[in-house]
Design a binder for this molecule. Structure first.
Ligand code: FAD
Length: 437
């Protein structure tokens, strides 16, 4: 027999109970709320290896949510299937009035949500979605003529003008937790049930806003040997932190840091307005004319941190060992792969996607298209990072390099796989030939 009507709250990129827009609205719906999470087999099958730090992070966060929900007399219902199969089955067991979820702006997520919405509609169930992972989405920040911004500075200016305190108000839902569907604890499948295993050497950064660090962010953020950035990427990716609370703190402490949060929204807006970038295309189509060399041996050397360029190699080793790479070094390693080696930026994008703890499609694609000069507001194609000069500027005492290459000896290091000057000339010729067409 089916229970009384309930509503569903579907966790996705918002793995927290506090200040969660769709959850707040679900809890106020007048019905009991069943929280669910789906290990989406369509997504899981894309992972190349059974070790994936993001899956591990999600898994860990779900255990935390399970405990918190237990305190409310409720439990998290998990599925391990496609969302369509999950909801078909759930509808057989319960009388569902509506499914609540927070918006996700990536093309594949939009398509998934459209499919689920029509599946539910056939059963007379509403699919209600809310803005939660960004302050501004879709057409919130557009030019006067309603077209999207493609340059960061005017976008950020408008973003700041638009920001009123109301946008940062929390969805205070603590008093509503008694409205969760009351039932005994469901079991969350183990990582191995899901076909995954723990990745060695990975630890997740704490979710804390370190006021001192953020105050010094402007002076320190460019030096990879200093722990000078927030390491909140993974928490923003999975919504374990509320962007509203983070922006409110950033606003009060450091504008440079706030600007980075705005870059995140800028790239999300680009993904929304220009979905062709989600299909592997360059933001600027003429850059798809570039004839890449795509040398697999060189790609392997790059990915293993064996290019003979110490700053590039240190970055790749940091990424391989920890799932993190400092932003400055992300720019250097990406530029090296694309311009020094003339390897298609999509190869690097996919490599980072598989390794980064904070992997986020919009920011990763934005970063790679920035480095390849094919993106919106990207580095001009003729600007080619010189790894040696970057090292002199940002790792003068070789502290970062020595941390990730402990036996580093500048006089006896792997010979460079390409010569900087000739690689630079080759890149300039290749780019200018492609762009002439
Ligand atoms: P902080 O410097 O403390 O910044 C705080 C937050 O602001 C970040 O966590 C992130 O959410 C956001 N942010 C900062 N810089 C950027 C930026 N340039 N673009 C978009 N958002 C930004 N960032 C990701 O979150 N996921 C990715 O997959 C990703 N891939 C990248 C790939 C390349 C080639 C490059 C050049 C950059 C990439 N970035 C990505 C942006 C940036 O490197 C990381 O956000 C940052 O290094 C994460 O460390 P942090 O959390 O300490 O950042």
């Amino acid at each position: 027999m089916k229970s009384n009507p309930i509503v569903i709250f579907w966790f996705r990129r918002d793995l927290r109970l506090d200040d969660n827009a769709a959850l707040y609205h679900a809890l106020k719906s007048g019905y009991r709320v069943m929280p669910v999470f789906i290990f989406d087999t369509d997504i899981l099958k894309q992972f190349e290896t059974p070790e994936n730090a993001q899956v591990e992070f999600i898994h860990q966060q779900l255990q935390i949510l399970q405990k918190e929900l237990g305190h409310c007399g409720s439990s998290l219902k998990t599925g391990h299937s496609t969302p369509a199969v999950f909801f078909e089955n759930l509808c057989k067991e319960h009388t569902i009035k509506a499914v609540y979820a927070n918006e996700d702006y990536e093309l594949s997520a939009r398509e998934r949500d459209a499919d689920i919405e029509s599946l539910l509609k056939e059963k007379d169930i509403d699919f209600l979605s809310f803005k939660d992972q960004v302050i501004f989405s879709k057409d919130d920040i557009v030019k006067d003529d309603r077209t999207p911004y493609t340059v960061f500075t005017p976008y950020s200016k408008r973003w700041k003008q638009h920001l009123q305190p109301g946008y940062l108000e929390s969805f205070d839902n603590r008093d509503l937790f008694c409205n969760f569907y009351q039932y005994k604890s469901d079991i969350i499948p183990s990582l191995s049930d899901l076909g995954f295993s723990k990745k060695r050497g990975i630890s997740f950064p704490p979710m804390e806003f370190n006021g001192d660090l953020i105050r010094n962010y402007t002076q320190q953020r460019d030096y990879p040997s200093i722990e000078g950035t927030s390491r909140l990427g993974i928490h923003l990716r999975f919504g374990t932190i509320s962007i509203r609370q983070l922006v409110a703190k950033a606003q009060a402490v450091n504008e440079t840091f706030l600007n980075e949060l705005i870059w995140r929204e800028f790239y999300h807006a680009i993904t929304w307005h220009f979905p062709h970038i989600c299909k592997g295309q360059a933001f600027k189509p003429q850059y798809d004319e570039i004839v890449w060399r795509n040398d697999e041996t060189e790609f392997k050397a790059w990915s293993e941190g064996k290019t003979g360029y110490p700053i590039v190699d240190a970055g790749m080793r940091q990424l391989n060992d920890t799932g993190f790479m400092h932003n400055r070094v992300r720019m250097i390693t990406a530029s090296f792969l694309i311009k020094h080696l003339l390897i298609d930026w999509r190869w690097g994008e996919a490599y980072f996607a598989n390794k980064l703890l904070d992997f986020d499609f919009a920011a990763n694609n934005g970063g790679w298209q920035w480095a390849s000069s094919s993106g919106c507001d990207a580095v001009p194609y003729f600007r080619i990072f010189n790894p040696q000069l970057q090292t002199e500027k940002f790792d003068k005492h070789l502290e970062y390099i020595k941390k990730w290459i402990p036996d580093f000896d500048p006089l006896n290091y792997i010979p460079p796989i390409v010569n900087h000057e000739s690689a630079r000339k080759r890149a300039l010729e290749t780019y200018s030939n492609a762009l002439k067409k």
